[in-house]
Design a protein around this ligand. Structure first.
Ligand code: SPV
Ligand code: MG
Length: 289
């Protein structure tokens, strides 16, 4: 059922980044039909670097809040699976338990480095990584969509390397391929989609090539576009601005119009439901009147 909702619909779909329950609820209210539990955003919000500094159990804890708060299908950034095939399949089982819809595993080596920083991006061996994918598929079968993420463009290789990896990962049981690029134009992505011919659905993360219009992705037959870190970056900019103003003004009067009201917070997180439940369960006689 979730398969239809994540990465496998015939129309292009969009996943919005979430890094906690609040960002998940906001994305849901904005109309997104699915979420990306971003490793970069979750790590940043915990004050870690996106270099496997956060543990798999911290990731699972955050994903549980995202799923619970939004009730939306959530594709989880599983990095490389936190180790070998065994760590990867355990992560997948835990993600299934907390209600995730899918997991993405990237062919990087532990500990990973964020794809958009630095030049050290060693790739996993194709066979070893295919084993990680097979182990996940055997562990969770069709309960979790499995997206294989190819980092070979990030590592500086040509399209041929990406295509041979895509074939191997498809054979290993992946449901979709995430092809990543850090170029400021979508040329690598489009070279891949031309050669790949949608043998499996294609997922992209246009963080760096953000100027490309979505119509280009539609024409290329791309299945899913991930807006991977924009709520986290928006929150960072807003929090910094507000902190600076409060320091400067030693007062919060002038910033009130620029921040969410408390009523907004209470409404978004369903305090009205709690009040109804209290009337029902704490004071049932009162409720019956
Ligand atoms: C993430 O959002 O953590 C991603 C995308 O994996 S990227 O930061 O581009 O690697
Ligand atoms: Mg990531």
């Amino acid at each position: 059922m979730m398969r239809v909702q994540i990465c496998c619909s015939s129309e292009i779909s969009f996943l919005m980044e979430a890094h906690d329950g609040l960002s998940a609820a906001i994305a849901g209210r904005a109309g997104f039909k699915g979420l990306w539990a971003s490793g970069l955003s979750i790590a940043s919000c915990l004050g870690y670097r996106d270099a496997n500094e956060a543990s798999w159990s911290q990731l699972v804890g955050v994903v549980e809040r995202i799923v619970d708060t939004s009730q939306l299908p959530v594709l989880v950034d599983g990095d490389g699976g936190f180790g070998n095939f065994n760590n990867a399949r355990m992560l997948a089982r835990k993600l299934r338990q907390c209600g995730a819809a899918g997991v993405t595993l990237e062919d990087s080596c532990f500990p990973k480095t964020n794809s958009l920083i630095g030049d050290r991006h060693p790739l996993a061996d194709i066979d070893e990584f295919s084993g990680r994918l097979r182990a996940v598929k055997d562990a969770v079968a069709d309960d979790l969509v499995l997206v294989a993420r190819i980092e070979s463009f990030i590592a500086g290789h040509a399209v041929e390397e990406a295509i041979s990896r895509a074939h191997a990962y498809a054979d290993a049981g992946s449901d979709a391929i995430l092809i990543h690029s850090r170029r400021s134009a979508a040329d690598e992505i489009l070279a891949f989609t031309r050669a790949w011919q949608n043998k499996l659905p294609v997922v992209i993360v246009p963080t760096k090539y953000y100027r490309t219009p979505v119509s280009v992705y539609r024409r290329a037959g791309i299945s899913t576009v991930i807006w991977a870190n924009h709520s986290m970056r928006a929150a960072m900019a807003a929090m910094r601005q507000i902190c600076n103003r409060i320091v400067a003004e030693e007062n919060t009067a002038s910033i009130e119009p620029n921040i969410a009201t408390l009523d907004d917070v209470f409404e978004l997180l369903g305090y009205d439901e709690l009040a109804r439940a209290e009337a029902n369960y704490l004071h049932p006689q009162h409720h019956e009147q």
